[in-house]
Ligand binder design. Structure first.
Ligand code: ZN
Length: 514
């Protein structure tokens, strides 16, 4: 490394650290807004967040940063392609090229609008007031289309949004993934729903909130979520946020009449948190110091929430503890009945409460509605009706009001319309693919989980996925970790095996058994 390159790289890292610190500061403001901020703070907080967005964007698009990247490119090309510095320069270059397409004034407008929209949505959802939300959502759609235009020419208007979430994917690739899944899921849902319904009444009753929170956190910390570098707070729409490598927070919500909400929200967000806490310390303060894509991130929340968290093995270890926490409610409920209840499949209205089998149907219809709105084939005023029609045709039920209809998700009301949902399904698919790869390397993992030990699984994930942060794009990290490109096969095998057994469905013959 030449002296000049060394100085340039140090300058690049200093600039990136400042941008990262602005991002961490903005994240604190947003975490506070979603947890403890009193109502009265909304106006000023919107202004403050917009200011942070502007400051970050100005630094991200500073021509001086562009010159540095250009000067460092020959040096990056001289390095082994998978070295940290080569990845840093190339990822920073890609981020810069995207950021300079978007004017700072737009970023500020969008941020201010998003804060106002989120604030209004928290009330509108409670009051079932779509009419009140409509002008704001129309503005969101206009801003979303304006954003896409900065990336013209594109193949499809949703492509820029998909690329922001899952770099390398497009409308075409997401569509084909969703179509492939839909073809297998629809008959599976039908077959399950033809079976007698599962009784999950044991999950409903009076469950004290404090013990619910404590129990969820005890499992999360056993997974490996580190409370010296994190904490758990309550919110309306749970999330995980990173301020720095040493402070990665999760949030959850508690329902006093449903023992599963706090538990599985906590395990889900802990999955995100464990991923972030596992990113290599050397990458902190750089654009590499975070998870690689929304879909891969979601694969980790789903893996710890569902693949591990809803497995019979985990509950062989934890059910006696949960029973001891709630002896009056669960004392007479056998383990198998509890396990069936937390894996109940039913056609339902609320995405975040949907089971693993129907979940992706909720995503597919949202993705299609996003496309229709962005293509201007569906007007915002017609969204509630289109929503009801799709639930009726895809899930055979229809929401009685907009609160449980098109107002239910935070996404369109706190950011752009576009790219907001497909990552959840990518996450589901990849959760099973990563888990299957970990199992090939360490067949002892299920036995360890049944003994309440998660170290082997976490270490495999850390080694193959977490520590790399954003160093590799999603498709490359999937290939490196699992030996193949993203495929729905392990996921469908997982669902078929688990729910086939739970619902007594005929098991497909595997080629090896024939
Ligand atoms: Zn998530």
């Amino acid at each position: 490394m030449r002296r000049a390159d060394e100085d340039l790289l140090a300058e690049l890292k200093a600039r990136l650290l400042e941008i990262g610190d602005l991002g961490g500061t903005a994240a604190v403001l947003s975490w506070d807004q979603s947890t403890y901020m009193p109502k009265g703070g909304a106006g000023a907080r919107g202004r403050q967040s917009a200011l942070m967005s502007r400051l970050m964007h100005e630094r991200r698009t500073d021509p001086g940063l562009g010159r540095l990247i250009e000067q460092l490119t020959p040096y990056a090309l001289s390095l082994p392609p998978d070295s940290d510095d080569a990845a840093l320069i190339s990822v920073t270059g890609r981020d810069f090229a995207k950021a300079v397409r978007v004017p700072t004034s737009f970023v500020e407008r969008l941020s201010a609008h998003s804060s106002a929209s989120y604030d209004a949505w928290t009330r509108a959802r409670q009051d079932n007031d779509f009419a009140g939300m409509r002008p704001l959502l129309e503005r969101t759609l206009d801003l979303s289309c304006e954003y896409a235009e900065f990336f013209a020419p594109y193949q499809h208007v949703i492509d820029p949004f998909i690329d922001d979430m899952d770099e390398g994917m497009t409308c075409a690739s997401v569509r084909s993934l969703l179509a492939e899944l839909r073809a297998e899921l629809v008959p599976m849902v039908r077959a399950i729903c033809d079976r007698p319904a599962t009784d999950d009444s044991c999950l409903h009753g009076a469950f004290a909130e404090g013990p619910q929170l404590d129990f969820g956190l005890s499992v999360a910390t056993a997974y490996g979520y580190d409370l010296d570098r994190g904490r758990l707070d309550r919110t309306f729409h749970p999330f995980c946020t990173r301020f720095s490598a040493g402070d990665i927070r999760i949030t959850t919500r508690v329902y006093p009449d449903d023992v599963t909400q706090a538990l599985f929200s906590t395990l889900h967000e802990a999955g995100h948190g464990i991923y972030e806490q596992g990113v290599g310390a050397a990458l902190d303060g750089t654009p590499l110091g975070s998870g690689t894509s929304a879909g891969v991130h979601e694969s980790q929340s789903r893996l710890w929430e569902n693949v591990v968290g809803r497995s019979l093995g985990l509950w062989q270890h934890y059910y006696p503890k949960l029973r001891a926490t709630f002896p009056d409610q669960l004392g007479n409920v056998p383990l198998e009945a509890f396990h069936r209840a937390i894996n109940k499949v039913e056609r339902s209205l609320i995405r975040t409460e949907a089971d693993e089998v129907t979940y992706n149907l909720h995503i597919i219809l949202r993705f299609d509605l996003e496309l229709e709105m962005l293509e201007r084939r569906l007007a915002v005023k017609d969204l509630p009706e289109a929503w009801r029609a799709r639930y009726q045709s895809d899930l055979g039920i229809s929401p009685p009001d907009d609160r449980d209809g098109c107002l239910q998700d935070v996404h369109w009301f706190s950011g752009c319309i576009g790219g907001a949902f497909h990552s959840y399904t990518i996450g589901n698919v990849l959760s099973a693919q990563f888990y299957a790869a970990a199992l090939r390397a360490h067949p002892e993992i299920p036995a360890e989980i049944a003994a309440g030990r998660f170290g082997t699984l976490k270490a495999w994930l850390e080694q193959n996925l977490y520590r790399h942060g954003r160093k590799f794009k999603a498709d490359e990290i999937v290939r490196r970790a699992t030996g193949e490109a993203m495929t729905i096969r392990p996921y469908m095998d997982y669902l078929g095996g688990k729910y086939g057994a739970l619902y007594g469905l005929p098991q497909p013959q595997s080629p090896a058994a024939q």
